[in-house]
Structures are given as C-alpha cells and as structure tokens.
Design a binder for this molecule. Structure first.
Ligand code: ADP
Ligand code: MG
Length: 392
C-alpha cells in the first residue's frame, strides 16, 4: 500500500513529527495489537492459537538523519529516547527503547545496516494490558526498517526477528503468536497458527453482524511469572510420561490411558492443553462454517478449563465471564473467556454488533458494582496487519 502522508490527515504521529522535526516524515509504518480468541497456554506445547489483529495500532512516523543517532518520541508515554547505532547494538536505557533497539539489531545481523533516524511513535493499543503493544511496536519498527533499508524480510522471518528482539532485548520469553498476527493479520480474518510448524492460516470472519468485545479487568495478580514457569514444567512432565515430544502429540484418549501413571495435578494440566488444542481447531472450523453458537460454547469451555484444570484465572476474570454468560445469547453474547496468560488482564467476548454497546455498558457497570474497580471495554472487528505508507 503506497500513498502520501498528505492523505493521512488522521495520523497524529505524522503531524507530531512535522511539529517536532520541522519536516514531513519520509515513512509512516504501523502494526496492530492483538487478541487471542482461543488457544491459551498451547503455544509452548507446540499447539494451536487463533488470534486476530485488533483495530488498535501503533504508528511510527520517521525520517533518516545524517548521522547514526536514533531519536524516538513516544506520544503514548511522553518519553524521549536517544541512542547511537554502533556496529553491534546492545540493550540499553530507557527500557522501552529496547523494543526498537532489538529490531535494529536484528536487521544488523542480516547485514542490513540501519542509519540514524528521527521517529514519533503513537499508539492506541493499551500498554501492558495483554493486547501486545510490545509486538505492535516491534513489528511497526520492522516495517519501517524494511522501507528504510529497501528490503523485504518476508512475513515469517520478520515476525521471528521481532520475537528475537523481545527475547533478547526485552527479556520476555514469548511465543510466536503476537509477532505473527501483528505481521500477518488481515481485515475480517483470524489467523490459525500452528506453533510447531510456524505456519499461519487465515480463517475468514465474515459475519459483519458480530464483533469482539475486549474487557480489560485492569488487575494483574503478581503470581503470573512464577506460575507460568511451573505450568511449563508440568506440561513437560506430562509429555515425558505420555512419551511424546510435546502435549500437541497426545490425544485425550492417550491421556486417559495413562491416567494412573500421572500425578492428579499433572493430569489436569495436560487435560487443559490437549482439550484446548482440540477446541482451537474446532473453533477455526466453526468460524469457517459460521457455527457461532458452537464457537461460543467452545469459548466458555476454554474458560472453565483454564479456571479449573489449568488454574490460571482469577476472581475478576471469572466474574466477567459470568456477567457475560448471564446476558447470554438472548442479550447478544455468544461466548466469553479469559484471554492471555491469566491472573488478570483481559477477557474476550463474541457479541452481536447490534447489542454491543448495551453489553459493554452492562458488563462495565456490573463489574464496577461488584469489584469497586473500573474495567476498560472496547470493541473491535479483526483488523489488518502491519502496513507501510511512504511519502515518496
Ligand atoms: P503488552 O505487550 O501486553 O502491552 P508488555 O509489557 O509486553 O505488555 O509491553 C509493554 C511495554 O512495551 C511498555 O511498558 C513499553 O516499554 C513498551 N511499549 C509498547 N508500546 C509503546 C509505546 N507506544 N511507547 C512507548 N513504549 C511502548
Ligand atoms: Mg507484550
């Protein structure tokens, strides 16, 4: 997609760039955040995930300078970061600049040297809410650098480069989902990702009478990090007992056959992962076939499994799912579940667009009444993946 920055009257990043650096940016790149419809804690078991890009995006407006200095202005946080690009860029301060530094370092490794540039970053992806503002920043940066260096990495390599940036520069050992969907998402589609083969398959979401409602509980229980490591170890233990490479390779029948050899806790953890992989594949089928009610049932089953077998939910997420299911099909809620790693963060509901505003209001009010906390709720259809707009 090529257009001129003048077409971008909406682009606050481009306007602010002009104000800050006294010229129009050469490039404007953007990439979306994401929400995972189903397939939770399956990625590190070589399984399946089914995310969509949201309509909320991170945008970077940039131009080259004549030196090796990078200056980043984040309109989102009001912070400025400045650093010099040397031969082998390393992580540094401020912390948030590492998402950009890591991507630059990835280009350097590919012998695609990056020169100094000025950039203004804007985003309407909420930061730190589990909607992957980090991947949006990385993938927007990678799109920008492709244009700057006149290269095209290809979607898979681009996503993997961004994942490495998150691992090595931000210190977050994430899977491939966030960077894949931010790179490869398409409007009106979800992306079924096979985390073993690293292949994504676009799945159409054609019914324009439906929308996703994302409900951020605005809580984060501190358990999350330690418990994540424990779950991974428990899955590995289950796979070892079942004699498979990863839980992706086991069926529920295999699990039942081995039940007596498994610690009851490990058995429940494995039952979640194996069942969740089945549910995710079936959910993709439901999307293609327009079987919305069945899809809703799978979402509720996923939530129950994460709550009871995997034990990664929390009171607030359970409450949101209960409030949504109380509204039910009659009120326009088709399904709802927690999304993301758990212990707080967001839930996602599939809702009828015609009732969406009423549902949003009702869940928001009841959540506040029951918890004393405000949730943040917003609606999105599946949005498009990364894009670059050149001002040639
Ligand atoms: P999530 O990806 O769920 O939003 P993370 O903790 O992985 O949460 O990433 C959030 C971090 O990414 C922020 O704390 C900040 O360091 C960085 N970040 C993302 N977007 C921006 C932005 N627009 N401006 C500045 N920093 C950003
Ligand atoms: Mg993140």
């Amino acid at each position: 997609m090529t257009t001129t920055v003048n077409d971008l009257t909406e682009s606050r990043a481009a306007r602010e760039f002009f104000k800050t650096f006294d010229s129009a940016p050469t490039w404007v790149a953007s990439a979306p955040g994401r929400v995972n419809l189903i397939g939770e804690h399956t990625d590190y078991n070589d399984g399946f995930v089914l995310p969509m890009a949201i309509e909320h995006r991170t945008t970077i407006a940039a131009s080259l300078t004549h030196d090796q200095i990078v200056t980043l202005h984040s309109l989102t946080t009001g912070d400025v970061a400045t650093f010099e690009i040397d031969d082998e860029l390393k992580p540094g301060q401020p912390e948030w600049s590492n998402y950009v530094r890591g991507v630059i370092a990835g280009f350097q490794k590919l012998k695609l040297p990056v020169k100094g540039f000025n950039a203004v970053i804007d985003s309407n992806v909420p930061l730190g809410s589990g909607l992957s503002s980090s991947a949006a920043l990385e993938v927007a940066t990678a799109s920008l650098l492709e244009a700057m260096t006149g290269s095209s990495l290809g979607p898979v390599n681009k996503a993997l480069l961004c994942q490495r940036a998150e691992h090595e520069f931000a210190g977050v050992p994430c899977g491939i989902m966030d960077q894949f969907i931010s790179t490869m998402g398409e409007k009106d589609h979800l992306l079924l990702i096979d985390c073993r083969s690293r292949q994504g398959e676009l799945v159409p979401f054609n019914d324009s009478t439906l929308e996703m409602l994302i409900i951020n509980t605005n809580v984060r229980h501190s358990l999350a990090d330690g418990e994540y490591g424990k779950r991974r170890a428990q899955c590995e233990a289950a796979a070892a007992t079942l004699n498979v490479t990863a839980l992706r390779d086991a069926t529920l029948a295999d699990l039942e056959a081995a039940k007596s050899k498994l610690d009851p806790l490990i058995y429940r953890r494995a039952r979640h992962v194996i069942g969740e992989n089945d549910r995710t594949l079936e959910a993709a089928h439901c999307l293609r076939a327009g079987q919305w009610e069945r899809l809703g049932t799978l979402m509720y089953e996923s939530h129950a499994s994460l709550r009871d077998d995997y034990e990664v939910s929390c009171e607030e997420l359970d409450l949101v799912v209960e409030l949504a299911s109380n509204i039910g099909l009659g009120g326009g809620v088709i399904g709802c579940r927690m999304t993301g790693g758990g212990f707080g963060g967001c839930a996602v509901a599939l809702v009828r667009a015609s009732e969406a505003q009423a549902i949003r209001k009702k869940i928001g009010e009841e959540y506040l009444a029951k918890t004393g906390k405000s949730a943040t709720l917003f609606l999105s259809r599946p949005g498009s993946g990364a894009a670059i707009i050149e001002n040639s």
